[in-house]
Design a protein. Structure first.
Length: 187
């Protein structure tokens, strides 16, 4: 699915045009997966745009960063205000919001250097229903790599890292497809 672009993204405290929001190819997050994110919905209401469980999402984002010992210079309230600013700046009433805290261009090596800082972006864009009603009625399958302790229920998960181990997404998708084929043969 292609994302419908919005006009602006909040990037380290500034509104930048969507096409000007750039991250260097040597970004630590790109090489080592050092980032955390939330996925938040904003709904149109008779009072205007309403962000679903806004404080809870931002608290979890902050907690995720804390678990990974990422320094974050913005408070929860500042991040919430930034979300509202992005919604307003893009004239959105119903949207998907993606806040992301990541380690940027701090050099190579698994451990970032002492005193490093993180980058923070908040993107918001129009996005229709994420899941078709048909999919909800038949359920959905999830697969987690062995040894990742990701078998927990969603309420048990305390953070949302971009990656928990260094496995390319395509490998996980391929593995899940193999498991599905094997299970369907047994039925």
């Amino acid at each position: 699915m292609t994302t419908k672009k919005a006009d602006y993204i909040w990037f380290n405290g500034e509104m930048v045009r969507w096409e000007d929001a750039k991250v260097h190819v040597m970004s630590h997050a790109l090489h080592y997966g050092t980032s955390v994110f939330e996925g938040i919905r904003c709904y149109d209401s008779h009072k205007g745009p309403v962000v679903f469980r806004h404080r809870e999402h931002m608290q979890r984002l902050h907690d995720s960063a804390k678990i990974y010992r990422f320094p974050v210079s913005q408070s929860i309230d500042e991040l919430m205000e930034a979300c509202r600013d992005v919604i307003r700046k893009n004239n959105l009433t119903s949207a998907y919001i993606r806040p992301l805290i990541f380690v940027g261009d701090v050099g190579m090596g698994v451990n970032p250097p002492a005193g490093y800082s993180t980058d923070v972006i908040i993107a918001a864009f129009p996005w229709g229903r994420i899941w078709a009603q048909k999919r909800w009625s038949r359920g959905s399958m999830r697969w987690f790599p062995p040894g990742t302790a990701q078998h927990q229920t969603p309420s048990q998960l305390r953070q949302k890292p971009v990656v928990t181990i260094s496995l390319p997404c395509w490998w996980v998708a391929k593995r899940a497809a193999t498991v599905i084929r094997k299970v369907s043969r047994w039925m």
